[in-house]
Design a protein around this ligand. Structure first.
Ligand SMILES: Nc1nc2c(ncn2[C@@H]2O[C@H](COP(=O)(O)OP(=O)(O)OP(=O)(O)O)[C@@H](O)[C@H]2O)c(=O)[nH]1
Length: 223
């Protein structure tokens, strides 16, 4: 099977305290919309968007998890198989910044080490900031993650977050693919990938090139 006949799908989990803007970020990225209203996520939501990375179609599946602790037991189950992670805090919420390490831990416990970015959202409210820019940079260095500052409201940098992660995953996948070729035939199956080292969410599926539009929107409520 030729490589260009394969479809690549990446599962990304978005975590962080309640109210930091996770749902808004996903809505902005997948639907191009922003609303001022806060509607707390109950459990888990899911949206997806297709983009092109180095000439190949990559489907990014975004899992929006509830930030409230009361949903921890439910959301944890959905981390499994994630290939990348967004750790989100808000410029105006000190506790959400202090919780980043814990969120990283929670995801790592389920997924191991996966490409991760720290997102400082709501930078349009910089005059109300309760986190010093250097603190955020230090935390990112300490955790070995890239820091990206976003304003979902003003549509600043949201696309860069997901493009960065998708590119990283795409490179990893290519690397693993060529390693598996060197070591023998890769097994390609509909849902069980194959050469992904981790739980396999960079899914390679034998498929014809999808005829759907470049940006595909789909939403299914999990809970
Ligand atoms: N000023 C400003 N407000 C934002 C921004 N992003 C999100 N918000 C607002 O912050 C509030 C919370 O956003 P949500 O996206 O619902 O937060 P969440 O992290 O999904 O919250 P949970 O579902 O409880 O986990 C909403 O009122 C949004 O409109 C931003 O970049 N700037």
């Amino acid at each position: 099977m030729r490589e260009e006949e394969l479809e690549i799908a990446i599962k990304v989990v978005i975590v962080g305290n309640g109210g930091v803007g996770k749902s808004s970020m996903i809505q902005r990225y997948c639907k191009g919309i922003y609303t001022k209203d806060y509607k707390k996520t109950i459990g888990v939501d899911f949206l997806e968007r297709q983009i092109e990375i180095e000439g190949e179609d990559v489907r990014i599946m975004l899992w929006d998890t509830a930030g409230q602790e009361e949903f921890d037991a439910i959301t944890k189950a959905y981390y499994r198989g994630a290939q990348a992670c967004v750790l989100t805090f808000s410029t105006t919420d000190r506790l959400s910044f202090e919780a980043i390490k814990d969120w990283k831990m929670k995801v790592e416990n389920e997924c191991g080490e996966i490409p991760t970015v720290i997102v400082q959202n709501k930078v349009d409210l910089m005059e109300q900031a309760v986190v010093h820019p250097e603190e955020a940079e230090m935390l990112a260095r300490h955790l070995g993650c890239r820091l990206i500052r976003t304003s979902v409201k003003e549509d600043v940098n949201v696309g860069s977050v997901f493009r960065y992660l998708a590119t990283k995953c795409h490179h990893l996948m290519k690397q693993q693919y060529s390693n598996s070729i060197t070591m023998g035939q890769p097994t390609i199956s509909a849902f069980g990938p194959t050469f992904a080292k981790t739980n396999g969410t960079i899914i390679l599926r034998p498929t014809r090139k999808p005829s759907r539009k470049k940006t595909m929107l789909k939403k299914c409520r999990i809970l």
